[in-house]
Every structure is written in C-alpha cells, then in structure tokens.
Design a protein around this ligand. Structure first.
Ligand SMILES: Nc1ncnc2c1ncn2[C@@H]1O[C@H](COP(=O)(O)OP(=O)(O)OP(=O)(O)O)[C@@H](O)[C@H]1O
Length: 256
C-alpha cells in the first residue's frame, strides 16, 4: 500500500518583534496518522498551529495539503483547503443548540451556503434537511447525540469539547487539528476523549494534536515532534521520543 502524505510543511520561521518563535520548523504527516506536537510551555506549539491554520502569517515556509500547495494566508482559505481545527479555549456559539453548532460547520461545505438556507429555496430546504441529518449523526458519533437540542453553553465542559470536534468533523476535513483537546478535562473525560480520537482514526482520518498530557500522547500518537524554544529537537515514534536524551532533558524530566 502506498502511503499518502496529507500535510507537508517545510522551513517555517516566525518572529514576534525580538522573539524568534519558530525556527525552521517542518512537518510531514501521513494519511491516517495521529501526529502529536509536544513541548514545554512557550515552545511554539500554538504558534505553529496558528501558522498552519492561517491565523498567523509566517515569515517563511512552504505548505502542501494532500499534494497540493495551499496558502495559509487566512483561516477561511485553510478551511476551504481542508483543514479543520479546534482551539485551546472553546469557541462554540454558546446560545445555539449543539445541533445548530454542527450545522454551521457543515454549511462550509454546502452548495447553497448560509444564504440559501436563509432564503429557503426548495433545493436549500432539501440540503438543509441533509445537513441536519448529518449533524445529528456526528453528534451521535462523538457521543452527545441526546443533547442535540440543548443550548451548547449548558453542556458540560467535556461535552463542549466533543461538540467542537463534531463541528470540525462536519467540514469533512483532510486534516483535523486539535489544540489541547484534553485541557481542563477530568480523568474519565480524558479516557473518553482518547477513545473518541481512536474512533476518528479508525475512520481513516488524519489528526494533528497538541496536548500536554504526555502519557496520553505516547499511547495515542503514531508519530510525534518535540519543540523547544521554537525549534524541533526530536521527531519519531513515541518510543523513540520517550528515550531521546534531548527530550528527556528538555521536557520530560527524569520521571517519565
Ligand atoms: N501574538 C503573539 N505576539 C507576541 N508573542 C507571541 C504571540 N503568540 C505567541 N507568542 C510568543 O511565542 C512563544 C511561543 O508561544 P506559544 O503559545 O506558541 O507556545 P506553546 O508551546 O503553545 O505554549 P503553551 O504550551 O503554553 O500553550 C512564547 O514566547 C509566546 O509568548
């Protein structure tokens, strides 16, 4: 079986004033992988994510998604190219129901778009029904189907995180990028999240993940990259990362 490269990025540099936040960072993610990005606080993980997803403009870098160059010049361009992301701080439409939040994600891909939905042409109505059904399926898939009509701000923290993932999946992305999805979760929620990410991988999806819970990352990721002071210091299989002396010194300490 030939493996397909989903994301290939090379030579990313990003400076904030006097701070070199990223130095020659590259990444290569194969289809179907869960790829982990770890590193101490301030290492540049979120900055790299923001560059990949069009929120920050890099000073240099080349970007390819599924073999095609893409421009990370704006978040909507990146979404159109096929990367969906979630944020460290949950960004849902709090006053909308869970189902509506996912439907908004799906409209990115719909032919009629949001305007068609508003003007309610027949074709738009039919498409709307299909979007509604798909949104419900996604809520079921992430395990919160029974909360479809609940206002999203009233969902538990863990369920809001699941909802964010469902909304990202609604765009049917080539790459799902998750920024600290386990942040603030308790142990039970983390285990459930791990199961969900495994299920997403089993569907053949490709996931890029930032996470501080190293134990979870080691058991979940196919490959990992470690950043320190904006530079990649190691890349490889979790077992290789775990035994890499530079990583142990920089990040894991002696305890892992
Ligand atoms: N918009 C910005 N303007 C100026 N400096 C920034 C900006 N965003 C990030 N930085 C700086 O870039 C460096 C990398 O930050 P970044 O948030 O990417 O690290 P991180 O690895 O994601 O950290 P954490 O694990 O704490 O989220 C830090 O020194 C940070 O202060």
């Amino acid at each position: 079986m030939t493996e397909q490269v989903i994301l290939q990025i090379a030579g990313v540099n990003k400076r904030f004033g006097g701070l070199q936040a990223l130095t020659d960072v590259g990444i290569k993610i194969m289809k179907g992988q869960i790829y982990g990005l770890i590193g101490p606080n301030g290492a540049g993980k979120t900055t790299f994510f923001n560059v990949i997803t069009g929120l920050y403009q890099p000073d240099t870098g080349t970007f390819e998604l599924a073999g095609k160059p893409y421009s990370p010049s704006a978040p909507h361009e990146v979404a159109k190219a096929g990367i969906a992301r979630t944020f460290q701080n949950i960004r849902l439409f709090g006053e909308m129901t869970a189902l509506e939040n996912v439907m908004v994600g799906r409209h990115v891909r719909s032919r009629q778009g949001v305007f068609g939905a508003i003007f309610r042409h027949k074709a738009a109505r039919e498409e709307e029904a299909a979007i509604r059904q798909r949104a419900q399926e996604l809520l079921d898939f992430v395990g919160i189907g029974k909360f479809a009509s609940r206002t999203s701000k009233f969902l538990s923290y863990g369920d809001q995180r699941r909802l964010e993932i469902a909304r990202a999946l609604a765009t049917d992305p080539q790459l799902l990028a998750l920024d600290e999805p386990a942040a603030g979760m308790n142990a039970t929620e983390k285990l459930a999240l791990r199961d969900l990410l495994t299920k997403i991988k089993e569907q053949g999806r490709t996931v890029l993940l930032i996470e501080h819970d190293v134990k979870m990352m080691m058991s979940l990721c196919d490959r990992m990259m470690v950043l320190e002071y904006g530079k990649p210091i190691a890349e490889g299989l979790p077992a290789e990362i775990q035994s890499n002396q530079a990583v142990i010194d920089a990040y894991l300490g002696g305890s892992h």
